[in-house]
Design a protein around this ligand. Sequence first.
Ligand code: HH2
Length: 263
Amino acid sequence: MVGIVNVTPDSFSDGGRFGSAREAAAAAEQMLADGAAIVDVGGESTRPGAEPVDVDEELRRVVGVLELLEGGRVSIDTSRAVVARRAVELGAELVNDVTALRRDPELAAVVAESGVSVCLMHMQGEPRTMQEAPRYDDVVSDVAAFLEERLSHAVAAGIAEDHVCLDPGLGFGKTADQNLELLRNLDRIVALGRPVMVGISRKWTLARVVSGPDARVGTDAASVGAAVAAFDRGATLFRVHDVRSHVEALAVAAAVERGGVAT
Ligand code: HH2
């Protein structure tokens, strides 16, 4: 489980939740205590319509939290080499890049040289405009082909293949139906041979399913339902807000898969 720690004033669902680095770090510690394998700290919102933030502001937002989390397992949600480098110095083990190494040409080298892992995510367009008119020939084939190409790019840049995970980028330039089609066919992303991360927690598609066209934020119960569906199709990493409910639900889903209590 990957716990979400957004240190941004404008995130999808929990924008402005933390008043200080100390509060954000305390929430992250709680997520780790609740069973998160790692916490994903981000200082730039990628919500639809979000404007990019200045790199110094992004650094300022995340560094205070990372300093307080020393020793905890941390991922840095950034697409900038400067931020990733500083985060790795402060102990981050994973770089979660929603642009799949396309925004900053220096980022691949930071990952390769430091030997940390990277998550490569699919996004059509950019956050500011990505929901205006998403277009695919076939959303599942297009996303799979993109991720395969980005995996090759990462390996060519010197990143060990077994340090890469892939993410279909639910909500990033996709309609609700396209997000659901991707989830239903997640096995085709899993077939690329790398661990698959899914970030659907509290996203708008869940609200559409449960509450209709005007709803914006999905509930935790809806998030858990989607995570279990993703698990059934082979996802192994789940980027979530409410760690405890997901840990419990997926422990049961995994026990059913094994056909027994023992791990
Ligand atoms: N979603 C968000 C941010 N980072 N990273 C990966 N790998 N996968 C995702 O689906 C993903 C992500 C957006 O969600 P949230 O953190 O709720 O909002 P924001 O980007 O506004 O902080």
